[in-house]
Design a protein around this ligand. Sequence first.
Ligand code: 5GP
Length: 185
Amino acid sequence: MSGVLFVISGPSGVGKGTLVKILIEKIPSLALSISATTRKPRIGDADGVTYFFMTKEDFEQKISQGAFLEYANVHGNYYGTLQSTVDDLLDEYAGVILEIDVQGGHLAKLHYKDAVTIFIDAPSEEEIKNRLIGRGSDVEENFELRLANAQKERESAKDYDFHLINDDLNECANNLIKVIKSYIQ
Ligand code: 5GP
């Protein structure tokens, strides 16, 4: 196990997914850990690619087996990082990204003291609202809850190592790449 663990968190709709995609493309020694979730797949989701989709029963069984490095209830569904996934990736890559919520980020930091935590925020509350509406599926799927959680996440991420604002996508991606490259080759 030699890789560096990077935790990336931020409110729903802030563009974490897009930024992480850019990171993986630009830094070949970096891998993204695929999480497990009980939320229903959206259009564009694929099992084993975007998430490992599980029933609540299967997820709870994995909890009781101690299979998760961290897990949390986010917007009414379970999301979790499998320890086995992270162990395998840390063996193989210089850096491993966990794109997880702030509760999970704090738990991950307890296990991996050297983990680097990065919070991505939107320039304003209004911007988050617009981005969530633009995404469509979240309007039906607990939109209000996602919005309320954005403020809570921001509050509890005060102890994160880095805070970046995703105003201009390219600029934010470049800043993120700079942070990551300061820890790995
Ligand atoms: P979405 O449903 O939009 O894919 O994700 C909702 C939230 O769950 C995002 O804030 C995302 O960072 C978080 N999330 C995704 N995977 C995990 C995980 O494995 N653990 C935790 N704690 N949060 C996660």
